[in-house]
Design a protein around this ligand. Sequence first.
Ligand code: TRP
Length: 334
Amino acid sequence: MSTMDTVVSGIRSTGNLHLGNYFGAIKNFLKMQKENNCYFFIADYHALTTHPRPDDLHGNIKQVLAEYLACGIDPEIATVFIQSDVPEVSELYLLMNMNAYVGELERTTSFKDKIRKQSDNINAGLLTYPVLMAADIIIHKANKVPVGKDQEQNLEMTRRFARRFNMMYEVNYFPEPDAYNFGEQLVKIPGLDGTGKMGKSEGNGIFLADTPSEIRKKVMRAVTDTGPVTPGKEPSEPVKNLFTIMNVVSTQETVNFFLEKHSSCEIRYGDMKKQLAEDIIKFTDPIRSKINEILSDNKYLAKVAAEGAEKARASASQTIRDVRRIIGYKPFGQ
Ligand code: TRP
């Protein structure tokens, strides 16, 4: 038995990955993969809650897989797989649904958000989203889950479901997983529209696969303000957001240069944006060409997916065997 911690994390395949996904999640994955037993997957069952067209569903799964790999997630070290390739997770989801209460599911913030955002499609999958997420995590008996702030409540529910199962069957089977990040290195990347975080659907994001001209256009259009007038004053929210992005892609010197210009009220936001766009491009361009290279290699993608599925299923099927026995399913005569 290895003494390494088991890490599980996933990203929903609902669109291309953006800078927020990179600096909020993937950068942590890269650090964790060496020292832990990692399972990184594409949450494509979860993606069904928004009813994607079949071609879009497939295209998005392929895109996110290529993006994971292009960022440096190493399928030789970590287990990289597609959720729907591991049907065991849907069995555990069914079993866990029996011990999840409608009341607690209805009270989760993400569910209440969804009711507001997609009131024409409040399906049962949305309600039981935290149960599926719990199944993803506990099926590998994970100890650590690198997730952003917005997923903390879902992770709390995972802990609760794991604890409840253990109590109900008087076993100590599932560990209660902890949220995990590298402290200050987990940054929340804001969007370019002045408020809030970068999102896939918000239209405020810079994608890893964006071309240089798309990036320049987006950055030049980013919201700022009319310019500082009082020396030494803190930047306004939209400008602070640009500095936050600059902090992760530019050198400290560049950041300080524009901070000083801002502080002395001499800043020209156009110059700052030009610099920011070039620094983002410097960061994303090698990733973008890698994404395109991997996307054109279906054989490699198929191999990674198949090997990942095999490793994930080995771990998942062991858990399902144990859980079925604990619950009381067993062959006759035993
Ligand atoms: N709910 C997560 C999100 O929207 C994605 C996810 C699904 C996940 N299953 C998971 C994350 C298991 C961590 C572990 O970002």
